[in-house]
Design a protein around this ligand. Sequence first.
Ligand SMILES: CC/C=C\C/C=C/C(=O)SCCNC(=O)CCNC(=O)[C@H](O)C(C)(C)COP(=O)(O)OP(=O)(O)OC[C@H]1O[C@@H](n2cnc3c(N)ncnc32)[C@H](O)[C@@H]1OP(=O)(O)O
Length: 725
Amino acid sequence: MAQYARGSAVAVIRLRNPPVNALSLAVLQTLEDGLKKADADPSVKAVMICGENGKFSAGADIRGFSSPKRLGGALGPIVSLIESSEKPVVAAIEGVALGGGLEVALGCHYRIAHVKARMGLPEVTIGLLPGAEGTQRLPRLIGVPAALDMITTGKHIPATEALKLGLVDEIVEENTIEAAIRLANKVIGQPLGPRRLSLKPVPKVPNMEAFLDEALVKVKRQARGCLAPELCFQAVRAATQSPFAEGVRRERELFQVLLSSGQAQALQYAFFAERAVRRWATPSGASWSSAAPQPVRRAAVIGLGTMGQGIVTSLVKANIPLVALEQDLENLNKGRKAVMLLLQREAMKMEGGAQILDFHNPAHLQFTVDFDLLRDVDLVIEAVFENMALKKEIFHKLSKICKPGALLCTNTSALNIDEIASATNRPQQVIGTHFFSPAHVMRLLEIIYGRHTSPTAIATAMQLAKALKKVGVVVGNCFGFVGNRMMFPYVQQAVFLLEEGSRPEAVDQVLEDFGFKIGPFRMSDLAGLDVGWRSRKDQGLTGPSLPAGTPARQRHGQRYSPLPDLLCEQGRFGQKTARGWYLYEKAGGRTATPDPWLHNFLSQYRDTHGIQTRFIDQEEILERCLFSLINEGFAILAEGIASGPEHLDVIYINGYGWPEHRGGPMFYASTVGLPRVLAKLQKYSEAHPDVPGLRPSAFLKKLVAVGNPPLKEWMSYLSQQSSKL
Ligand SMILES: CC/C=C\C/C=C/C(=O)SCCNC(=O)CCNC(=O)[C@H](O)C(C)(C)COP(=O)(O)OP(=O)(O)OC[C@H]1O[C@@H](n2cnc3c(N)ncnc32)[C@H](O)[C@@H]1OP(=O)(O)O
């Protein structure tokens, strides 16, 4: 709701809808009532609009976009009403003014902001555009280039930048409300025409059309199939071509297109999914609501390879003092140099970075080879090589050295947390923290609890994720956990498709067109083919431990492709060796070129194994890769490894480059329709009976049998029916 109060000559309208004063229909109604009351009251000479609890408003209530009584066109007319008021209206911006919240402020005649406030039009990130006339007012106020940047990226800007852009008239360090009332009193009686943005012309840019054409190319390139950035662009372009009223009409049309697009629903689902996974729970009943985190005043990272370097950088950025440990001086110096370089780059990106990132002070970041320095840390993150024996040795040592309360985390992408914990005298304090590379950039932190991990340990790891500005997702312990376990069948299908007749570039193209940042073969080349090779050798799937006489394309009675092993045997490890599934300009090069050698190698391979090369169309590539990944997701849910489909989706969006506008794999499955996913899996499974990843999961079959319920109801079928699966 909005609260109306009149004191002296200035009426105060306070937006009130905790926690972020989202603009629901009820809030809009009371805002409109307040404006009309102020207008009708002759003793009121000016109006001040602010938000409750130090936040102006986070914009339209996102849940309202999917409700039957849609928010759609409700806000624009109210913004117009504010602007047309004959009494000056001042916005007092504290905390955040985002989306519709900022559009309300743009309707006001004056804007005053607290120095710590943030502003933005993030509608694009939830698949929409600023549909309350924001695409028409903002370019008039701050110019087309700056407005286009804010509207097409959705970025939040600090008040200091808003002042420089002319988005706000003044910033204050003290009480914003009092300053806004002072300003309102001061401007009573002054002409309002020049303050009405709808009456202003859009400032000219030399070669406007050329500028816009270039901007459009950039917007499209960055959108990777997402509709909203381009439609945001079109709305701003309309502001440069048409009078205000016509621009508003165009904005409304484009808004409706986005509102009814599946993409907006997917992005809004993703927004709430990210927040839902914070409320973690385990099958044993531990949960976020009852577990409290332990404070982490000092941490340690063991191992300064690529992952360790990124983790150290993340901790420094989060201002957590730490000890970085390596096994010997040579590795320590190498690691230190790399970390310092990363930190310098990060500091350059931050405003006042060098002061904020105090990484030259040993009290904040200490490099050592001495395990004894880990005695009083609150949390250790082990980030050594993916080797069970090595990790167990380290954890055994840690449990002897670290203080009793210290949390012991292992950065692993697949290894058994319980086995690692068994090497310690405190398995309740051992937890998996699976960072994604580069660890100081990627948002995902998969948090894996073992059989004995305590709720406090989970809560502490989640708190750490928050401090590192990452999205923590709590999952159970199984080989590959959630993300990699779903990735295995996906990559396996991609390789099988090569055996049957496809090429890496064809498979990658289909998945990149779908919206993945990078296809499976480019991804393998980037990560290094040797990583998987080592793991397969450890599992006895290839290498010297493979029993003599094992068929080349079969393991344990299932189809197996030795193609990646054969490439590794040729020294083709991907980017690092300039050759993998592609050819690169040099070792460490980034530009992937299709490799005639590989094409020839694939033909010979097919001949050797008597495989008839066939043409594989895009639909089959997409369905076999994606549906096998989704199928594994259903198995994971049925086993209780993750507590809901949102967890899987958040993991895929934030750790695996899944296109957010498709809402994550499980949401995508719900949009395709589970009966179709099942039918396709059945078809492919019949064609490839020796591939378990294509065999439909019992849970998927169950959901289809009960009538394809909406995603939010899936888990209820599991709890009622799991015994029958
Ligand atoms: C009718 C109008 C036509 C069109 C134009 C207008 C369109 C819009 O305005 S669309 C909305 C644009 N605004 C946003 O996209 C902002 C979204 N929110 C955020 O970015 C963040 O929540 C925040 C920066 C405002 C606060 O971040 P933080 O402090 O980390 O808190 P949370 O993110 O956990 O949020 C707390 C709580 O509030 C819920 N929430 C936040 N914003 C909205 C919103 N706009 N509508 C509905 N609910 C919102 C959020 O989900 C959290 O609740 P839960 O934990 O229960 O999910």
